[in-house]
Design a protein around this ligand. Structure first.
Ligand code: PEP
Length: 252
């Protein structure tokens, strides 16, 4: 039997107490009986508000980033232990917005993945090429380098991570990768994970980058696309629910 698809929303720096409450209630009500894993990765201050999700088996709680340090004098940062205390099940690491705006290098991303794994949280490791890198024919080289750093640091438990292939040119642009473009990269990543662990079939490899209700179905039926990391469309309950529905259909 194939593993369940994973649909994770990345709210980014959006939300309010009132809006979160309405969104989460609508998603839980609409996804009753969904046979895929669904999570929302929320801004850290809202983890406390969303503790209700710890007792709701349908929708899981996720975070968007974590400190690369265990604890100590790192003003403004949030540790993996703190995320664990708040019932976080997934944590995005190495999102392109962190790599681009906060200078996160591959080794830092690998350390973040190590720390969350050590606390029993699944890292969603983001990899992806810029438009310039794609146009220069460097997509494979770039994503393999990014994943190799995480494999190097976490080789012994690499099949416990999730990976999100997020082409930078597709994030927030409305320009979704074609199913063929995405599948090609996912197959490369699967082969790399297989060579490292022998258990690549256990790893959810998600596609992210302007996935929406219209594009989800054709992406999610690809053999190596095991789910989605959803930005903008995860902020609207109906759009997010349609993607969850597409994941169900793709699995059936
Ligand atoms: C993301 O930021 O992870 C993402 C995929 O965003 P969007 O769906 O808005 O492109």
């Amino acid at each position: 039997m194939s593993k369940k698809k994973l649909i994770a929303g990345n709210w980014k720096m959006n939300g309010s107490i009132a809006a979160n409450d309405a969104l989460v209630r609508a998603v839980i009500a609409g996804m009753a009986g969904a046979d895929c894993t669904v999570a929302v990765c929320v801004p850290a201050p809202y983890l406390a508000q969303l503790q209700i999700l710890r007792h709701c088996c349908a929708l899981l709680l996720g975070a968007q980033d974590v400190s690369q340090h265990e604890q100590g004098a790192y003003t403004g940062e949030v540790s993996a232990a703190m995320l664990k205390e708040f019932g976080v099940r997934f944590c995005i690491v190495g999102h392109s917005e962190r790599r681009q705006h906060h200078g996160e290098a591959d080794a830092v991303v690998a350390d973040k993945a190590r720390l969350v794994l050590a606390h029993g949280i699944t890292p969603i490791v983001c990899v992806g090429e810029t438009l310039a890198e794609r146009q220069a024919g460097r997509t494979g080289e770039v994503v393999k380098r990014q994943l190799a750093a995480v494999i190097h640091t976490n080789g012994h438990c690499i099949s416990e991570i999730a990976v999100a292939y997020e082409p930078v040119w597709a994030i927030g642009t409305g320009q979704t990768a074609t199913p063929e473009q995405a599948q090609q990269v996912h197959a490369l990543l699967r082969a790399q994970l297989q060579a490292a662990s022998g258990h690549a079939d256990r790893v959810n490899i998600l596609y992210g980058g302007s996935m929406n209700a219209a594009t989800a179905a054709s992406l999610l039926v690809q053999p190596d696309i095991d789910g989605g990391l959803i930005g903008g469309a995860s902020l609207k309950a109906q759009d997010f629910l349609q993607i969850i529905g597409a994941a169900q259909t793709a699995r059936a």
